[in-house]
Design a protein around this ligand. Structure first.
Ligand SMILES: Cc1ncc(COP(=O)(O)O)c(C=O)c1O
Length: 452
C-alpha cells in the first residue's frame, strides 16, 4: 500500500502525464493541494521535496514549486519565421530551470566560497568531475591538466597567442571555420595558412605538405560536427592527422565543441590517438547546455600549463565560481547525462529530416555538407549566386540563413556558401524551410541570368 506522500507523488505524475500540469507550470500550493487531496500539509511538503530531489520539480523562493521543462508558450515562433541563423541550442530544450536548481544547491553546499576569488584554472573539484566526464569521450587526463574556461572560445583565444614548445609560428586552419577563431587570429595579426574543408573533408596530402614545408606551430581543427560544414572526420583520417602532427612536430588544437552529441560510439577524438599533450583538447558547454553560462574546458600539455595559467589570469582571473559550482553538481547528479541522452536523439532526428529535405528540395547544381550533424551544415550555391544576395532574398520569404563569407580568412574567401543551423527550427518546419530555400535559389538564379 502506498503511503500518503507517495499517493501525492503519483497524483502529480498523473497530472503531468495527462496534461493537467504542463512543463514550466506552477504546482498547486501546499495548502490548496492538502485540502484537495485531504491529507496533511507535511505529506505534500514531503512529496514536493522528493519530486525536487528527482529533479522533476524545482522550488522558487516565495513563489512555490514548478514543473521542470519549458512551457509551450515559451516555444512559440514569431509569425511564421523559420530561423536557420540562430546558432544556440534549441531553446525549448535548454535546462535552465534545472541549472537554477544546481546554482541554489551550489550556494547551499559551498556557501561564501561561491562568491570569493578562486583558482585561475577553475575549482579543483569541478576539474575532477570534468576529468571523469570526458572519459566518456575517450579523453583520459588528470584534473591537473584540465582548465575551466569562460567558454571554449577563451581557451582558443589564449592558445593562439601563446608560444608553443615547438618554437614555431604559423597557425594552420580549416577553411571555412568557426568565425570567432578567425577573429582571434586576424585581430592579433598572427601568421596563418588555410586548408580547404569541403563536404569530403580536407586533402591530407596537402596537409602533409603544409606541415612539412611551413613553420606550423599548431593546426586548429574541429574534429566532429565542424562549424560551418558539419563535417566529421573518420577515425582513419583522425589517426593520420595525429601521425602527421607527430612526424612534423606540429601541435593539434582539437575543438570537440559538440563531441557529446556524437551518436557513433566508435568515433574517437584525435586526443585518444595521442594523449601525451601533442593534442590540446577543447570542449564547450554552449551547444549542449546554456551558452550564456560561458563554460568550456581545455586539456593542456603539461609544458604549457604555466603559460596558460598566467594568460587566463590576465584575461579574467578565473571563470565565475557560481556557474562552475553549479556545473559540478549538474555533472555529478547525472542530470547532464540524462539531458545529453535526450539531445543526442533530438539532434539525430533533426539531421535525418534535414538531409531528406535537402535531397527533396535543393535544385540541381547545389551541393550540401554535414546535414546529418543536426546542428550546422552548409549549402554551396550554383551558378554565380552570392550567399549574401540569397540570404537577403530568403529574408523576404521569412527564412533566415547565414552567409558564410565571414568564416573564411581573407585569402580563402568564398562568397557562395550559406550555413544553416537547424537546432532552433522545430522538426515540422525544417522541410518547409528547405523547400523555401530551394525555391529561393531557383528565383535568384533566374534573376541573375536575366540581368547578365
Ligand atoms: C566550432 C566552435 N568552437 C567553439 C565555439 C565556442 O564555444 P563557446 O561558447 O564555448 O565559447 C563555437 C561556438 O559557436 C564553435 O562553433
Amino acid at each position: 500500500m502506498l503511503t500518503k506522500y507517495e499517493e501525492v507523488i503519483k497524483e502529480i505524475e498523473a497530472r503531468t502525464e495527462d496534461g493537467r500540469l504542463m512543463p514550466g507550470e506552477r504546482l498547486p500550493s501546499v495548502r490548496v493541494l492538502s485540502k484537495e487531496l485531504q491529507c496533511s500539509i507535511n505529506s505534500i511538503i514531503k512529496a514536493y521535496a522528493e519530486l525536487e530531489r528527482e529533479h522533476k520539480v524545482y522550488a522558487v523562493p516565495r513563489s512555490g514549486y514548478f514543473l521542470v521543462g519549458t512551457s509551450a508558450k515559451q516555444q512559440s515562433r514569431p509569425s511564421g519565421l523559420i530561423d536557420f541563423l540562430s546558432a544556440g541550442p534549441d531553446r525549448s530544450k535548454m535546462p535552465y530551470r534545472d541549472y537554477q536548481h544546481c546554482m541554489n544547491q551550489a550556494i547551499d553546499l559551498y556557501k561564501e566560497k561561491m562568491f570569493q576569488y578562486s583558482e585561475p584554472l577553475g575549482l579543483l573539484s569541478l576539474r575532477h568531475q570534468l576529468s571523469k566526464q570526458i572519459q566518456d569521450l575517450q579523453v583520459f587526463a588528470d584534473p591537473e591538466r584540465i582548465a575551466v574556461v569562460t567558454g571554449s572560445q577563451q581557451a582558443l583565444d589564449i592558445l593562439v597567442s601563446l608560444p608553443f614548445p615547438n618554437g614555431k609560428e604559423e597557425i594552420c586552419v580549416e577553411q571555412p571555420t568557426h568565425f570567432s577563431f578567425i577573429d582571434s587570429i586576424t585581430s592579433r595579426g598572427l601568421p596563418f595558412v588555410g586548408i580547404e574543408m569541403t563536404n569530403r573533408g580536407i586533402n591530407l596530402d596537402q596537409l602533409e605538405e603544409i606541415f612539412r614545408d611551413r613553420n606550423i606551430k599548431c593546426f586548429y581543427t574541429v574534429s566532429r560536427f565542424q562549424n560551418p560544414t558539419g563535417y566529421c572526420y573518420s577515425n582513419e583520417e583522425k589517426k593520420r592527422i595525429v601521425e602527421l602532427a607527430q612526424r612534423y612536430d606540429v601541435y593539434l588544437i582539437e575543438d570537440d565543441y559538440m563531441g557529446d552529441l556524437d551518436t557513433s560510439r566508435k568515433a574517437d577524438p584525435m586526443f585518444a590517438y595521442d594523449p601525451s599533450g601533442r593534442v590540446i583538447y577543447t570542449k564547450s558547454f554552449s551547444k549542449v547546455l546554456l551558452p550564456g553560462l560561458r563554460l568550456g574546458t581545455a586539456v593542456l600539455p603539461e609544458t604549457m600549463i604555466d603559460d596558460f595559467t598566467k594568460a587566463k589570469f590576465a584575461a579574467d582571473v578565473h571563470t565565475p565560481v557560481l556557474t562552475q559550482g553549479a556545473l559540478e553538481i549538474y555533472l555529478e547528479s547525472g542530470m547532464y547525462e540524462t539531458h545529453i541522452h535526450k539531445l543526442r536523439q533530438q539532434y539525430k532526428r533533426k539531421g535525418t529530416i534535414l538531409k531528406q529535405a535537402y535531397l527533396d528540395y535543393l535544385p540541381k547544381g547545389t551541393t550540401f555538407s554535414g546535414a546529418e550533424s543536426g546542428f550546422y551544415s552548409t549549402i554551396e550555391l550554383p551558378g554565380h549566386i552570392k550567399a549574401k544576395h540569397l540570404a537577403e532574398h530568403l529574408k523576404k520569404k521569412r527564412v533566415l540563413v547565414q552567409d558564410a563569407a565571414n568564416m573564411y580568412l581573407p585569402p580563402y574567401k568564398k562568397e557562395n556558401l550559406i550555413r544553416l543551423s537547424v537546432s532552433q527550427v522545430a522538426d515540422e518546419h525544417i522541410g518547409e524551410g528547405v523547400r523555401k530555400i530551394g525555391e529561393g535559389i531557383e528565383e535568384v538564379l533566374v534573376k541573375s541570368v536575366y540581368f547578365m
